[in-house]
Write a protein that binds this ligand. Structure first.
Ligand SMILES: Nc1ncnc2c1ncn2[C@@H]1O[C@H](COP(=O)(O)OP(=O)(O)O)[C@@H](O)[C@H]1O
Ligand SMILES: [Mg+2]
Length: 216
C-alpha cells in the first residue's frame, strides 16, 4: 500500500489534536497502524525547538521564529515523515507547512513566497495528499483552550487580529488548492467532526481499508 500523508490545520483550540487521536484510533481498529506526529516537534530535537517556540516567556523575532519552525520541520520530515511514507504508512501530522504560511506569513507578516520556498527546502517537497482545515472563529477556539492543560502558550496569547489573519490565510490556502484541502466547520461537536474527518480520509484509503478488511 502506498503511504498516505494527512495533515491537520487550523487555529488554536479548533480540535485538531482531538481529531488526530480519534482518527488514529479508528485506523487502528481497521488494522492500519498510522504514524502520528506533530509540528513543531515530533522528534527529540524538534520537541526541544517546540518548547522554545511555545514558551510564553520568550519573544523570538519573526524571522527567528520562522527559522526555528523550519529547523523543526526539516528534522521531522527527514527522520520521521519521509521514512514512514516510504514504508507505505499512513502519516497523520498535527500542523505542517501550511501553518507556517498562515502564522509566520499572515500572522507575522513575512513574505509568502519566501516562506513557501523555505517550506519546500525543509520538506523536500513532501506535500500532504489531504489537508483538513478545522475552521472556527478564533474566540471559540481560544475559549476551548482555556480549559485544556498546558495553555495558554505563546501563540494563544497573540491578539485577536493576529488570529483573524491566520484564519483568513488558511481559508485562502484551502481555496487555492481545493483538490488537497477539505474545510470542516470546527464549531461542530467532536463526534460530528470525527464522522466528517473519516469521510474525507476514507475516500483516500485503498478500498480494502475503507471496507474494514483486516490484513493478516
Ligand atoms: N468539537 C469540539 N467541540 C468542543 N470542544 C472540543 C471539540 N474538539 C475539541 N474540544 C476541546 O477543546 C480543547 C482544544 O481541543 P484540541 O483538540 O486540543 O484543539 P487544537 O489541537 O486544535 O488546539 C480541548 O479541551 C478539547 O477537549
Ligand atoms: Mg493541538
Amino acid at each position: 500500500m502506498p503511504g498516505l500523508f494527512v495533515t491537520f490545520e487550523g487555529g488554536e483550540g479548533s480540535g485538531k489534536s482531538t481529531q488526530v487521536a480519534r482518527l488514529a484510533a479508528r485506523l487502528r481498529n481497521l488494522g492500519i497502524d498510522p504514524l502520528v506526529t506533530r509540528e513543531p516537534g515530533g522528534t527529540p530535537l524538534a520537541e526541544g525547538i517546540r518548547a522554545l517556540l511555545l514558551d510564553p516567556d520568550r519573544k523570538p523575532e519573526p524571522l527567528a521564529e520562522a527559522f526555528l519552525m523550519q529547523a523543526s520541520r526539516a528534522q521531522l520530515v527527514a527522520t520521521v515523515i519521509a521514512p514512514a511514507l516510504a514504508q507505505g504508512r499512513v502519516v497523520l501530522c498535527d500542523r505542517y507547512a501550511d501553518s507556517t504560511l498562515a502564522y509566520q506569513g499572515a500572522g507575522r507578516g513575512l513574505d509568502a513566497k519566501m516562506l513557501a520556498s523555505w517550506n519546500h527546502a525543509a520538506t523536500g517537497g513532501i506535500t500532504p495528499a489531504l489537508t483538513l482545515l478545522f475552521d472556527v472563529v478564533p474566540d471559540l477556539g481560544l475559549a476551548r483552550r482555556q480549559g485544556a492543560p498546558g495553555v495558554p502558550n505563546r501563540l494563544d496569547r497573540e491578539p485577536a487580529d493576529f488570529h483573524d489573519r491566520v484564519r483568513q490565510r488558511f481559508i485562502e490556502l484551502a481555496q487555492a488548492e481545493p483538490q488537497r484541502w477539505v474545510v470542516l466547520d470546527a464549531s461542530l461537536a467532536a463526534d460530528e467532526l470525527e464522522a466528517r474527518v473519516w469521510e474525507a480520509v476514507s475516500a483516500k484509503l485503498p478500498a480494502a481499508a475503507r471496507l474494514g478488511v483486516r490484513r493478516a
